[in-house]
Design a protein. Structure first.
Length: 224
């Protein structure tokens, strides 16, 4: 079931995507991309398998359901920091604070920790996460979203003046930083392809990992 990873609320978990409010046509297009192999990254195995067995009517029904939802306010929040709690990988591919405590430099990473470990493990759709990012990420991402003085392309050209989507083009604000980073990285590495993705190729061509972290952090802080 879609809700196993994306939750009934559509807000998703760190390993998946937020689907709430995405255009029906966009969701259908992504399912086709999984089915045909034009979208095939390290986390795509489950989606590729699902795309092979779901009918067009079932995909449409799921897309209609999630398109009718709104992202939950405050489900994920972004915190800039120099240090973060040491963490370990646990159930569901999620990070949890290390049992023995301690902290470490965040470096060039996005570290996602649940607000409540027990509820996150139970996949409670009412319990969200905190996305820790390096200091200065949000301001840097804001500049990049506007074109970064020619380093990239302004997001508003395709995603609309408020970056909340236009027609079949999805909104990119309020999406989790880890998800946005993965998509930028996958497009740059050639693991996402297709007609729509072609427009993103020049956007990501000159971005560094630090740039993608910053852009992802900024977009998450904006109203979905």
């Amino acid at each position: 079931a879609c809700a196993q990873c994306h939750l009934p609320s559509g807000d998703g978990h760190p390993e998946s995507a937020s689907l709430a409010g995405l255009p029906i046509a966009y969701v259908r297009r992504q399912m086709t991309a999984f089915k045909t192999g034009t979208r095939a990254n390290v986390r795509a195995g489950v989606m590729i398998a699902m795309a092979q067995v779901l009918s067009e009517d079932e995909v449409t029904a799921a897309a209609q359901y999630y398109a009718g939802l709104k992202p939950t306010a405050g489900y994920n929040e972004v915190v800039e920091t120099d240090t973060v709690k040491k963490s370990v990988i646990g159930a569901g591919g999620m990070r949890f604070a290390a049992p023995d405590g301690g902290s470490e430099p965040i470096g060039e990473r996005i570290i996602v920790l649940p607000k409540n470990d027990t509820e996150a493990t139970l996949r409670d759709p009412h319990s969200g996460f905190t996305d820790y990012v390096p200091q200065g990420s949000i301001a840097k991402g804001n500049a990049l979203a506007s074109g970064g003085d020619g380093k990239t392309v302004a997001c508003s050209l395709c995603h609309g003046p408020e970056l909340q989507g236009m027609g079949e083009v999805p909104g990119i604000t309020g999406r989790t930083a880890t998800y946005i980073f993965r998509q930028l990285n996958d497009i740059q590495a050639g693991m996402r392809n297709g007609v729509g993705v072609a427009f993103m190729k020049p956007v990501v061509a000159n971005l560094t990992q630090s740039d993608m972290i910053a852009l992802a952090a900024y977009l998450e802080t904006q109203k979905p």
